[in-house]
Structures are given as structure tokens and as C-alpha cells.
Ligand binder design. Structure first.
Ligand code: NAP
Ligand code: GDD
Length: 340
């Protein structure tokens, strides 16, 4: 009998890579999708005929119970969330409903309709926020710096609590930033690779960014979904930090991206007046803009993924340079063939 999986957030970046991984392992894959006036299945359209899509929303308890009853899953991956940190200041209540209480709703659906299923919660390095120690491990205290981070801390502890209260096989994966050509355009890496490709092709003049000094431990989403799967194959439920163990500034990501397109940048000015100049022809291509700064910043994230390596045998395969190359090439090709 093939194993059965249920993925919330299957239309998102991670959901699409995880669905591919599980199909490749012979799983029957079910995905929860919410109603929208226009279809947004672009990340899964290449595999859609092999998936069973079930209607449901993190705000609606009954729809989640129905989805679990229909899928009869062996494994449930809760990837759905309001996942953009910046938006969480603008919509803090909705972010709490989706990203915090939504976890309890999915856990309740599993407890009631499939208590033997293994459960994965998409927790986040954003929970470390104003970091108490570097690098961050499973034991580092949380200090979230955004409504999104606060909501993820709730989701993490809800997961731990259902494991301890009801004996659910519930795991929390504390994942550091992971990116891909399927990353949403609002996140900084994709904004940079898409923006730089547009500049190179003459489709845009400049790219406006916020804090260039923030440091992130960036990896490739295709590697990280393998860690999620491995957590649910382990012999007991546990929590794991997943990252590369390397960190870089946003500025470094910008420089690498433009370099991949043959543009070398020189920096002039400071903070809000800062510009990146294309040294070959003197044009300004990057500008800082206060609209993209955050009310409270997470300045530095750096993982210690020792536990994931030693217990799960997981290591990332794509490094930051490979990731930049993969993303900027995909954006350049897409835009140069007329797709916007
Ligand atoms: P993403 O691309 O933004 O995808 C989010 C998914 O959640 C989409 O499928 C979205 O559906 C769905 N969703 C949002 N609200 C929903 C609702 N009310 N009901 C049902 N579905 C809803 O995010 P991602 O990058 O794949 O991340 C996956 C998960 O990992 C998220 O929980 C995120 O917070 C967490 N995480 C991500 C990272 C990272 O660096 N990527 C790191 C740590 C943790 P629509 O397509 O309908 O919008
Ligand atoms: N989005 C964005 N846009 N970020 C910018 C910009 C800009 O124009 N300029 C600078 N940044 C900085 C942000 O201030 C932040 O420090 C960093 O770039 C990364 O921002 P995002 O790419 O939006 O990601 P994030 O780190 O806030 O959140 C992502 O990673 C979390 C894991 O740590 C998301 O994927 C979350 O869902 C995830 O939990």
C-alpha cells in the first residue's frame, strides 16, 4: 500500500517541492487548497494531475477535519501560513489567525480524525529574532521580533504540547531561510534576482531595497523539504534546526547576483542614501528606500544544524553561490523569453 500524505500550503514554494519529493517516493499526495477568485496553481501545475486537491482553509476548522478524513494520511505536513514577515505588522491579527491558531486547528483535525498520523509543523528561525546566542540551536531561547515570529512561537509550542498531551507524533522543524526560483517575489532574494535580471535586460532602471546589513543563513528549498520528510521517518518525534551553518548579508546577495550577470557594483553613501553603482558605465542600479525597512529587525541568523546532520543524516547540497546562480539564471531566462 502506498503511503498517504496531506500537505497544507501545497501551492506555496515548499509545498510544491515537498509534493514532488513525496510523489517520487511513491506517496499518494493530497493537498489543502483555499478558494480564490483566480487559480494560483502555477507552482504545482506540472504535477497537478498526480495530486488530490481538497478544499480547506486554516481559518475553518470543519474544512480541515474534512480534509484529514478524506486524505486518511500517514503523514501531515502543515506548511500553510501567512509567511511574509513585513505583512505581519500590517495584518497582525490575520497573521495570528493563520500562522498561530491555524496550527492548533490542524492539530485538532489530526487528533480527531487521524491520531496515528505523523505531523510536521513548519516552524521558523524568525522565532530566534533578537538572537540570544550564535549560532542558534534547538536549545536557543526565542525572542521573536515580528507578529509573524510571535505567531510561529505559538505554533511551535502548540506542536510540542500536542506531542506531550496526546502522544501525537508531532515534529517542529525550525527552518532557516530557504529560497528557490519558486520563491515569492516579495522576499528579498527573489526580489533581488528578478530585479537584477530586469535591469540587465533593460526592463527596469533600478532596484529599491531596505536594510542591506541584515544577515541570513540562506539555503535551497529543494534541500530543506528532504529534512522535513526525514523528521517524519525518524523513530521518535523531535524538533530540529535546519540550515546551512553559514550566514551572509543582503548586500553580499546583491553583489553576487549582479556579478552573475556581469555587473560589478561599487557602493556610495550610507544607509538611507546608499546606492550601488554599476562600475562599468556609472549608472545607479540599487537604491535604499525606507519603505523596505522594518519596525524591528532580525539582524543576524546563523544555524547550528549539527543535530539534523547527526540524527537525521541531513546535509544541504546547494551553497549560497549555487543558489544565487540558480535563481538569477531562472529569472533571466523567464524574462528574456517574454514571460513577466
Ligand atoms: P509560501 O510560499 O508563502 O506558501 C504559503 C502557503 O500557505 C501557500 O500555499 C498559501 O496558499 C497557504 N496559505 C496561506 N494562508 C492560508 C489559509 N488561510 N488557508 C490555507 N492555506 C493558506 O511559504 P513557503 O516559503 O513555502 O513556506 C512554507 C512554510 O514554512 C510557511 O509556514 C512558512 O511560514 C514556513 N517557513 C518558511 C521559511 C522559508 O524561508 N521559506 C523558513 C521557515 C519557515 P495560497 O497559494 O492560496 O496563498
Ligand atoms: N522582503 C524584503 N524586501 N526584505 C528586505 C528588503 C526588501 O526590499 N531589503 C532588505 N531586506 C531584508 C529584511 O529586512 C530582512 O532582514 C531580510 O532582508 C530577509 O527578508 P525576507 O526575504 O523578507 O525574509 P525574512 O527573513 O524576513 O523571512 C523569511 O525567512 C523566515 C525564516 O527565518 C520568510 O520566509 C519567513 O516565512 C521565514 O519564517
Amino acid at each position: 500500500m502506498p503511503k498517504r500524505a496531506l500537505i497544507t500550503g501545497i501551492t506555496g514554494q515548499d509545498g510544491s517541492y515537498l509534493a514532488e519529493l513525496l510523489l517520487g517516493q511513491g506517496y499518494q499526495v493530497h493537498g489543502v487548497v483555499r478558494r480564490s477568485s483566480t487559480l494560483n496553481f502555477s507552482r504545482i501545475e506540472h504535477i497537478q494531475d498526480r495530486l488530490t486537491l481538497l478544499p480547506g482553509d486554516l481559518l475553518d476548522q470543519n474544512s480541515l477535519i474534512d480534509a484529514v478524513q478524506q486524505a486518511r494520511p500517514d503523514e501531515v505536513y502543515n506548511l500553510a501560513a501567512q509567511s511574509f514577515v513585513q505583512t505581519s505588522w500590517n495584518q497582525p491579527v490575520l497573521t495570528g489567525e493563520f500562522t498561530a491558531l491555524g496550527v492548533t486547528r490542524v492539530l485538532e483535525a489530526v487528533r480527531l480524525a487521524a491520531p496515528e498520523a505523523r505531523f510536521y509543523q513548519a516552524s521558523s528561525s524568525e522565532m530566534f529574532g533578537q538572537v540570544r546566542e550564535t549560532p542558534q540551536t534547538e536549545l536557543t531561547p526565542f525572542h521573536p521580533r515580528s507578529p509573524y515570529g510571535v505567531a510561529k512561537v505559538y505554533g511551535h509550542y502548540a506542536t510540542v504540547n500536542y506531542r506531550e498531551s496526546y502522544g501525537l507524533f508531532a515534529c517542529s522543524g525550525i527552518l532557516f531561510n530557504h529560497e528557490s526560483p519558486r520563491r515569492g517575489l516579495e522576499f528579498v532574494t527573489r526580489k533581488i534576482t528578478d530585479g537584477a535580471a530586469r535591469i540587465k535586460l533593460g526592463l527596469a532602471d533600478e532596484l529599491r531595497l531596505g536594510n542591506l546589513e541584515a544577515q541570513r543563513d540562506w539555503g535551497f528549498a529543494g534541500d530543506y523539504v528532504k529534512a522535513m520528510w526525514r523528521m517524519l521517518q525518524h523513530d521518535r518525534p523531535d524538533d530540529f534546526v535546519v540550515g546551512t551553518g553559514r550566514t551572509h548579508t543582503v548586500r553580499y546577495f546583491v553583489e553576487q547576483t549582479f556579478a552573475a550577470l556581469g555587473i560589478t557594483l561599487a557602493w556610495e553613501g550610507r544607509e538611507l542614501d546608499e546606492v550601488g553603482v554599476d562600475t562599468a558605465n556609472g549608472r545607479v542600479v540599487v537604491r535604499t528606500d525606507e519603505r523596505f525597512y522594518r519596525p524591528a529587525e532580525v539582524n543576524l541568523l546563523l544555524s547550528d544544524p549539527t543535530k539534523a546532520r547527526e540524527v537525521l543524516g541531513w546535509t544541504p547540497e546547494v551553497d549560497i553561490e549555487g543558489l544565487v546562480e540558480m535563481m538569477v539564471r531562472a529569472d533571466y531566462e523567464r524574462l528574456s523569453t517574454g514571460r513577466r
